[in-house]
Ligand binder design. Structure first.
Ligand SMILES: O=C(O)c1ccccc1NCC(=O)[C@H](O)[C@H](O)COP(=O)(O)O
Length: 273
């Protein structure tokens, strides 16, 4: 009998490996106890849930320079200026990609955006340790992303509980049926369905419609990736999304404030009218 084949590392494995190397370097500069001490000066996290549960679609507008699937998207020399445009357009939250190697983001971007707007902020990264949650809160984030695919076994619950103890709202991201079941069992209040397949990086717009029925109605569903404009948003709202997370279409748009405004406040059922 031949030995079992080790499964090949996925795109996600590669990203997380780089994230862990960069994290180790930061941890040598700032100990976890010093980071915890710094939290004493940070105001409490904002709660984005009332906005998401309010009438019409909410937009989580992303600051995203680059991605593994598309390469360079936009320069964004001043993320704070872009965030102000998003806020003026009515974004319910702003997502800042802080991963450096593949997305060209940083915690400095998050801090700059925090200083510029009062809108709830999401640290969008590949979070696999409590230290990264502490960094998120210390930089002024109100939400943190946890990707179910990168958190096996008890890790998901452990980090979810730690994030909640820090006052962070958690966006729990799923890609398929099994991950959705784990998110629901966890009791996640905010569940993001990411249409981007992490093995092929292709976006499948039907993913949301497939997974949404598996999520109880008391949870808030976010549709993520590949959303190009109000027509896409309307389709996801009709399928049960309360919010959409949009990166590429906004960073490439000449008028991001107007683009956010056009995606905000859409109500289920409008598409049939
Ligand atoms: O964007 C990628 O190529 C990517 C690849 C691997 C893991 C994550 C990736 N993106 C993170 C995101 O989830 C998106 O930035 C977010 O959903 C916005 O997507 P889009 O509107 O399509 O830029």
């Amino acid at each position: 009998m031949s030995a079992p084949q080790a499964s090949r590392p996925t795109v996600l494995d590669g990203i997380v490996a780089g994230v862990l190397e960069d994290l180790a370097a930061r941890q040598t500069r700032l100990s976890e106890s010093d980071l915890r001490a710094a939290l004493a000066d940070v105001p409490p996290a904002r709660d984005p849930m009332p906005h998401f549960r309010g009438p019409g679609s909410s937009v989580i507008a992303e600051v995203k320079r680059k991605s593994p699937s598309k390469g360079d998207l936009a320069d964004i020399p001043d993320p704070a200026a872009l965030a102000k445009e998003y806020a003026a357009g009515g974004a319910a939250a702003i997502s800042v990609l802080t991963e450096q190697r593949r997305f060209n983001g940083s915690l400095d971007d998050l801090r700059a955006v925090r200083a510029a707007v009062d809108t709830p902020l999401l640290r969008k990264d590949f979070i696999v340790t409590e230290y990264q949650l502490l960094e998120a809160r210390a930089a002024g984030a109100d939400l943190a992303l946890l990707i179910v695919a990168s958190l096996p076994g008890d890790e998901l619950r452990r980090l979810h509980d730690s994030a909640r103890e820090l006052g962070l709202t958690v966006l729990v991201e799923v890609h398929d049926e099994a991950e959705t079941e784990r998110a629901v069992d966890l009791g996640a209040e905010l569940i993001g369905v990411n249409a981007r397949n992490l093995k092929t990086l292709a976006v499948d717009a039907d993913t949301f419609g497939r997974l949404a029925p598996l999520v109880p109605a008391d949870r808030v569903l976010v549709a993520e990736s590949g959303i190009t404009g109000p027509t896409d948003v309307q389709r996801f709202v009709d399928q049960g999304a309360r919010a959409v997370l949009v990166g590429e279409a906004l960073v490439k748009h000449g008028a991001p404030r107007d683009a956010v405004a056009a995606m905000t406040g859409l109500k289920a059922g409008k598409a049939e009218m």
